[in-house]
Design a protein around this ligand. Structure first.
Ligand SMILES: [Fe+2]
Ligand SMILES: [Fe+2]
Length: 194
């Protein structure tokens, strides 16, 4: 991946706060990777890139997905901004030369996780929640939990995401619930992300 070109792009295309958020997620993902045994370089790369297409308007996202034959589900059709994960992965590969499927998957899965997600996916997904710029009420507790258990912290982050959506009377993507269930079962079986 061409990190310098990606940084220039992010600074030009994203709002200052989203640019700072991207740097925060990259740094936090690297720290979590060091803590839990994922590849710190890959975590940093995926964190930096995870929101790289978030500047696109919803119409533009739908057009991009159609042009690349990216699958669009009914939730993404209703809320095209959800496509930013898939589109960021696609741009990261095409424009910035990222060829590592682990990094690309971590970008693709950063919103809702995925049942069977990897350690790297989990680290990037959690970093998106707890990077230093995040101010949600749940975040201080999540940061504490993240010092002890990646699985428990990500379970709680997914629960918090779904709780926020319920409070806003918004639809919940079934992938968030599937990821949550998968992690609950992992914890019951005393398994950890690999
Ligand atoms: Fe995102
Ligand atoms: Fe993000």
């Amino acid at each position: 991946m061409n990190e310098k070109a990606l940084l220039t792009y992010l600074r030009a295309k994203l709002s200052p706060s989203r640019y700072e958020h991207s740097l925060g997620v990259a740094q936090t993902a690297r720290e979590l990777a060091e803590r839990f045994g994922a590849d710190p370089q890959k975590a940093y790369a995926a964190g930096l890139a995870h929101d790289l297409s978030k500047w696109m308007e919803p119409d533009e996202m739908l057009k991009y997905a159609a042009a690349r034959a990216l699958p669009v589900d009914e939730y993404e059709r209703c809320d095209p901004k959800l496509l930013h994960a898939k589109i960021s992965a696609s741009l990261l590969k095409e424009e910035f030369g990222e060829s590592d499927e682990g990094v690309l998957n971590a970008v693709r899965r950063h919103i809702a996780g995925s049942p069977g997600m990897s350690l790297l996916d989990a680290v990037v997904c959690l970093a998106d929640w707890i990077e230093p710029g995040r101010r949600y009420a749940d975040v201080p507790k999540l940061r504490e939990t993240a010092k002890l258990s990646l699985e428990m912290a990500l379970r709680d982050a997914l629960a918090a995401t779904m709780r926020v959506l319920l409070e806003k009377k918004k639809a919940i993507h079934p992938q968030s619930l599937e990821s949550y269930n998968a992690i609950v079962w992992m914890i019951e079986r005393k398994e950890v992300f690999k």
